[in-house]
Design a protein around this ligand. Structure first.
Ligand SMILES: *Cc1c(COP(=O)(O)O)cnc(C)c1O
Length: 393
């Protein structure tokens, strides 16, 4: 592990080489060189840092970037990144001028949005690329097929718009294959109807990470991958055709060691009772940092319910099951008691050489980590001006 100041209580370690290798692997998996890869860098690149990841993505084979909000696209442009950037969410009236000025690509879900973009493009004397968003089952954004039919003439007669792409988004690609196939068929039907009328879209795209892995026949012209490039398989997808590397880890330090006697309880609600004399290490992380945020699944059946009850009983007897573990000096230590807002406890009674300041690897929800947590970027392959480890806040 690389050096971080001893007084830094929490930090994120981002392995940009791993991100780059994952991007190269996904790109290779799309073997036919004609399938483009859009690296999805929304939500601060899933907590990895928008700009370093965007630069890495573009040097390791991505063809375009995808974000949710216009301000993320503008941030990319202001740092000199000139790759195509698709904005996923619908625009608010007033946002279209920035889209045009910064050369971003809007997703169009209504005629009104298209009209405002067209007006902005004309004002600046430019043609602005747009992607037509189709609603096929996600139920959030995009034209319903019947609305699209009625509006098509108006849409495609608007000046200043370049209809570069058409896409839809899957609601349950990892789990529900019949629904995903239905979404895909509806999408293809619409694309075909347009083709018959002589309207072609150079970039047709539907796949997120799960669909890209499970349905190669749906790759079309481009896939939009987030999860995979950050080294994870989509939940519910088990057969990895890819060799993915871990990209992200969250570290904290022991800030206090506390002896606890057999029979003492730890934390709010007194949910954990100590069974033998031990040592508790206190960590400066809590649910505010995304620690212990993983949602408890609703029991899916009687067997599941039985497991939940067994866990509660074992927990009551002082054997926490399924409670989070952290890694300290290469050993797993259980989190004991409820995770607090900003402090948590682990039992280190059996682990030697624990001191105040010892680093601890913890599992936290990546996308909720605060921007104020410093990020240590590691890269050997120089993809941009900085090479080697670098600490940024
Ligand atoms: C987030 C997002 C993706 C990427 O999803 P992953 O499952 O992380 O690959 C693709 N397309 C759209 C429209 C998205 O919002």
């Amino acid at each position: 592990m690389l050096d971080v100041q001893e007084s830094t209580p929490c930090w994120v370690d981002v392995d940009l080489d791993a991100v780059g290798n994952n991007i190269a692997s996904v790109k290779k998996f799309l073997h036919s060189g004609d399938v483009r890869l859009m690296a999805v860098v929304k939500s601060n690149a899933y907590g990895h840092g928008l700009l370093p990841v965007a630069r890495t993505a573009m040097t390791r084979g991505a063809d375009a970037l995808g974000v949710t909000h216009p301000n993320e696209g503008i941030a990319l442009r202001e740092e000199g990144i000139d790759a195509p950037v698709l904005i996923f969410r619908p625009l608010l009236p007033g946002e279209e001028e920035d889209i045009v000025r910064f050369g971003l690509t809007a997703s169009v879900s209504t005629v009104e949005q298209a009209e405002l973009l067209s007006a902005a493009a004309q004002k600046f004397g430019l043609r602005t690329p747009v992607h037509l968003k189709i609603e096929t089952g996600m139920g959030r954004t995009g034209f319903l097929p019947e609305t699209l039919k009625a509006m098509a003439n108006r849409l495609f007669s608007l000046p200043g718009l370049e209809w570069e792409g058409i896409y839809t988004h899957f609601a349950s690609a990892a789990i529900d294959s019949s629904f995903t196939r239905r979404q895909f068929q509806n999408f293809c039907g619409i694309v075909q109807d347009f083709a018959i009328k002589g309207i072609e879209f150079p970039l047709r795209h539907v796949c997120n990470s799960a669909a890209a892995l499970l349905y190669p026949e749906m790759h079309l012209d481009m896939v939009r991958a987030g999860t995979l490039i950050y080294g994870q398989l989509p939940a519910g997808v088990t057969s990895p055709a890819l060799d993915l590397e871990d990209t992200w880890s969250f570290w904290t330090r022991v800030i206090h060691l506390q002896k606890a006697r057999s029979g003492a309880t730890i934390g709010y609600g007194r949910t954990h009772r100590v069974r033998r004399d031990t040592v508790i290490a206190v960590l400066p992380v809590g649910y505010r940092d995304g620690f212990g945020l993983d949602v408890q699944r609703r029991p899916a059946g009687l067997l599941d319910l039985g497991k939940v009850i067994a866990k509660i009983i074992l927990g009551y007897l002082g054997h926490p099951v399924g409670s989070p573990y952290v890694s300290i000096n290469g050993t797993l230590a259980p989190v004991v008691g409820r995770i607090g807002m900003e402090l948590s406890c682990i039992d280190v009674g059996n682990i030697p050489d624990i001191k105040v300041g010892t680093p601890v690897l913890v599992q936290v929800r990546r996308t909720v980590v605060k921007d104020s947590v410093p990020c240590l970027y590691r890269c050997q392959v120089p993809s941009h001006s900085n090479s080697g480890p670098e600490m940024q806040t």
